[in-house]
Ligand binder design. Structure first.
Ligand SMILES: [Fe+2]
Ligand SMILES: [Fe+2]
Length: 158
C-alpha cells in the first residue's frame, strides 16, 4: 500500500527514537543488574523489550507502506550514572516519544491515514504506562528515601 504524504518520514523518525531507547534502557537495565538491583533490572529490561516490539511494528508498517525502514540512525543515548539519574533520563525519553507520537497522530489524521494513526495511538498508551511507572518510582524515592528504595530492589534470597 502506498503511503500518504510524510507518513514514512515520521515513522522513520519514530523508529530512530525507538532504536535509541532500546539501547538506553537495555544499558540501564544491565547497570542495575551489575549493582545488584535485580528487581529494577527486570523492570527496565522488560521496558527495553517492549520498545523492541514497537520498533518491530514500525518496521513492519513502513514495509507495508512500501517505504524503507532506516536502521542506520540513532539518537543520543543518555546514560544515568545513578538509579535516579537513569529514571530521569528515561522519563525524558518517554515524554519526548509521547510528543513525537502525538504530533504524528495529528499528521496522520490530516492526511487521512487512519491505519497508521490507530497503531500510533496504541503505542501512546504503552508509553503513558512507562511514564506512569517511572513517575511512581521517583515519587517513592522522594517518600521513602533512596536507600530504602534501593534496598527493596535487591533480590531477596528465597
Ligand atoms: Fe516505544
Ligand atoms: Fe516507552
Amino acid at each position: 500500500m502506498k503511503a500518504k504524504q510524510g507518513v514514512v518520514d515520521l515513522l522513520n523518525k519514530i523508529l530512530t527514537e525507538e532504536l535509541t531507547v532500546i539501547n538506553q534502557y537495555f544499558l540501564h537495565a544491565k547497570m542495575c543488574k551489575n549493582w545488584g538491583y535485580d528487581r529494577l533490572f527486570h523492570h527496565v529490561q522488560s521496558r527495553s523489550y517492549s520498545e523492541m516490539k514497537d520498533a518491530e511494528s514500525i518496521i513492519d508498517h513502513i514495509l507495508y507502506l512500501e517505504g524503507l525502514p532506516n536502521m542506520q540512525r540513532l539518537g543520543t543515548v543518555k546514560v544515568g550514572e545513578t538509579v535516579p539519574e537513569q529514571l530521569k533520563a528515561d522519563l525524558q525519553k518517554e515524554k519526548d516519544m509521547v510528543k513525537l507520537l502525538s504530533d504524528s497522530i495529528v499528521h496522520c489524521t490530516k492526511v487521512g491515514d487512519f491505519t497508521t494513526r490507530h497503531m500510533l495511538e496504541d503505542m501512546v498508551t504503552d508509553e503513558d504506562e512507562h511514564i506512569d511507572w517511572i513517575e511512581t518510582q521517583l515519587e517513592t524515592i522522594k517518600q521513602v528515601g533512596l536507600e530504602n528504595y534501593l534496598s527493596e530492589q535487591i533480590k531477596k534470597e528465597e
